[in-house]
Write a protein that binds this ligand. Sequence first.
Ligand SMILES: Nc1nc2c(ncn2[C@@H]2O[C@H](COP(=O)(O)O)[C@@H](O)[C@H]2O)c(=O)[nH]1
Ligand SMILES: [Mn+2]
Length: 301
Amino acid sequence: MSWKALPPDRSAAGPWNAASTRSAASAAATTSFEVQTIDHVYDPDVAAAFGLHTGQVCVMIHCGSRGLGHQVCTDHVRTMEQAMHRYRISVPDRQLACTPVDSPPGRDYLGAMAAAANYARANRQLLSEAARRAFVTAAGAGLELVYDISHNTAKLETHEVDGVERLLCVHRKGATRALPPGDPSLPTDLTDAGQPVLVPGTMGTASYVMVGLPGNDAFHSACHGAGRVWSRHHALKMVRGERLRDRLEASGIAVRPSSWRGLAEEAPEAYKDVDAVAAVTEGAGLARLVARLVPLGVVKG
Ligand SMILES: Nc1nc2c(ncn2[C@@H]2O[C@H](COP(=O)(O)O)[C@@H](O)[C@H]2O)c(=O)[nH]1
Ligand SMILES: [Mn+2]
C-alpha cells in the first residue's frame, strides 16, 4: 500500500502563512518500506471500498522529502522572522514566525514547500514501482494502490470558521488530511467511503488504516503515525541496532536496515503506543478505524 496523488491546491491568496521549525519533519528522515498483513478489519464495507480484507498482504511505504522540507522550513522561518516587522506581526515564539500568504516571503515559502512535497511524492512513486517489481518477481503478484498521501505540509483550504467560509493556510505536522465521505476533493471512487488515513505505528507493532469522518474540528486532519516518545538521540542511547534486529527477527519480523544507527533511532519503544493513538484519534472524532496491519518485514532507509 502506498500513496495516491491528491487533487492540487485550488488557489493562492488569503490568510497568514506560518513556517515553523516545530512544523518541520526531522532532518534525519523516517523512511520505511514495510510488508504487512491485515490482522483485523473493523469496518468491512469501507475496507472493501479501499480494496482491503483480513489476511491480505500489503506494503506500507513511509517516505517524505528526505530532509528537504526540514531545510525549507528552517530557511523560511529565518526569513519570516526578519520580515515580520514589515507586516506589524509579533509572535510569542520565533518558531511561529509568519507573514501573509500573499506576501513575497509567504509565496516563496509555499513554493519551496510545494517543491519539497512533490519531491516526496516522486520518492514514493519510485519506491512503489520498486515494490511492484519485487512482488511480481518474487511472488507473481501485482500491487494495487490504496492511497498516496502527503504529510507535514501547509495547504490553502477553505473551512468554516465561526459560521463564515474562510481561506486558511492549514499546517499539518505529524498529521495528514482526513476528508469525510462526500467531500468534493476526494477522487470519485472514494466519495462514498471517505479518505483513507494511513497511520504507521512502528516496525515492531501494528499500523492502521482509518477513514476521514464528518464533523472533524481539526480542519479535516488526523495523526500521521504514532509519534515519538524518545528523541533519536535518546533512542541511540537506549537501543543497540543489532540487538533490535535480533529481537524483531525472533518475533517473526524480517529486518533489512541501511544502518544499525538508523534502526536503533526508530526502535518501537521510541514511539507511542499506536493502538492507543488510533483509539484516541477515533474517540476525538478525527477518523474511524478500518483495518489493523501487523509487520512481516521491514526495510529501513
Ligand atoms: N509501520 C511503521 N511505522 C513507522 C516506522 N518508523 C516510524 N513509523 C511511524 O511513522 C510515523 C511517521 O513518521 P515521521 O518521521 O513522518 O514522523 C511515526 O510517528 C511512527 O509512528 C516503521 O518502520 N514502520
Ligand atoms: Mn515522515
